[in-house]
Design a protein around this ligand. Structure first.
Ligand SMILES: Nc1ncnc2c1ncn2[C@@H]1O[C@H](COP(=O)(O)OP(=O)(O)OP(=O)(O)O)[C@@H](O)[C@H]1O
Ligand SMILES: [Mg+2]
Length: 327
């Protein structure tokens, strides 16, 4: 809690909740310039017992190192390193089935890797006790691949849901917050509609309002553009960028929609067959010399990317004797 203004906070808005983190409210009116910059600087004890300043905010918000994960026999990730920089939009791209949704589940701690670490805001997500993991997840917004609105409650209640679940705010405060979030996605007027009455694009925007309801430090978007018409896509592209920049969020987008993703991403990782094939700015990847990246980024039908899921030879498969059950 800030000693001057008494504010509690998560550190993102300049107020800090915990003195033991050596941080102080940057809104403290009497603070000199360097003191106001305190949220960006922390004192850290060195091996010699001396304290030095370190720029903890310069560290990536998510740091993935040596990640390995399999589903049955199938190796999904085989030594993946990814840095998600704070306040940036980072895209993870790759063909369908490469493991993009799986990666988000690993970042959110829903899946356990075989090897490697996922550090989120300085915490090893897979080593956290459950209550600490739940607390951290409250600060991680997620927009699911399907939108996943609750179908039995209206738009207002869908956005209010995380606020009711995770806070003890008054009804009046919840109402104001929900209206603000719906206003941000242009759907304040649709608050009484049921999910079945929404178009696909509107449903995505409601899901987006719900994902940011708790003012998370980061938000993960799973295929936000799939199935949208060009206008809805354009609206979503703008919204994601604006929300990221205006709220100083950190955004992770997993997608195979190259054009839209390249339009908003600051940095793109391309993954395939368990590895990061290449990463860089959208421009760097568009100019890549790698045949694989070229095929993917420019949507070329011919190239090294396989169209078929691995299978035995068709002729062998065709004439193989059935041994009961499904051939
Ligand atoms: N619950 C599960 N059990 C077993 N295998 C799974 C499960 N979920 C996903 N897989 C497999 O893991 C691989 C990666 O799946 P994932 O859903 O992460 O891919 P994706 O890149 O998100 O694909 P898409 O672009 O189609 O959404 C796929 O081969 C898939 O068949
Ligand atoms: Mg997916």
């Amino acid at each position: 809690m800030c000693p001057e203004c008494g504010e509690l906070g998560d550190g993102l808005d300049g107020h800090y909740s915990d003195w033991r983190q050596s941080r102080l409210c940057s809104f403290w009116p009497g603070a000199p310039g360097w003191w106001r910059a305190w949220p960006l600087l922390r004192l850290e004890a060195g091996a010699d017992g001396r304290y030095t300043m370190s720029d903890s905010q310069a560290e990536p918000l998510v740091k993935i190192r040596g990640l390995r994960f399999s589903r049955g026999e199938k190796r999904i990730f085989d030594g993946v390193d990814i840095d998600i920089q704070r306040h940036r939009v980072t895209a993870i791209m790759g063909p369908s089935g490469t493991g993009k949704t799986t990666l988000l589940k690993l970042i959110g701690g829903q899946l356990q890797p075989e090897a490697g670490t996922v550090i989120v805001d300085g915490k090893d997500i897979h080593a956290l006790p459950l209550d600490a993991l739940y607390k951290l997840r409250i600060r991680m917004g997620m927009m699911f691949q399907s939108g996943a609105l609750l179908t039995d409650i209206d738009v207002f209640e869908n956005v209010a849901y995380p606020l009711r679940e995770h806070t003890s705010l008054s009804e009046e405060m919840i109402r104001k917050l929900v209206l603000l979030k719906l206003e941000a996605v242009g759907l304040r007027g649709a608050r009484d509609l049921m999910p079945s009455e929404l178009s696909g694009g509107m449903a995505r925007r409601v899901a987006l309002a719900r994902a940011v309801a708790l003012d998370p430090m980061m938000i993960m978007y799973d295929e936000p553009f799939t199935g949208q018409d060009p206008i809805s896509m354009g609206v979503l592209v703008e919204l994601i960028r604006e929300l990221n920049d205006a709220s100083r969020l950190t955004s992770i987008i997993v997608s195979h929609d190259v054009q839209e993703t390249a339009e908003i991403a600051d940095h793109i990782y391309v993954i395939s067959q368990g590895k990061v094939i290449e990463h860089g700015t959208p421009e760097e990847l568009m100019d890549s010399q790698s045949a694989w990246v070229k095929q993917f980024m420019h949507g070329l039908p011919d190239g090294p990317v396989r169209f078929h899921y691995p299978a035995p030879d068709l002729a062998q498969d065709f004439f193989r004797h059935s041994t009961g059950g499904r051939p």
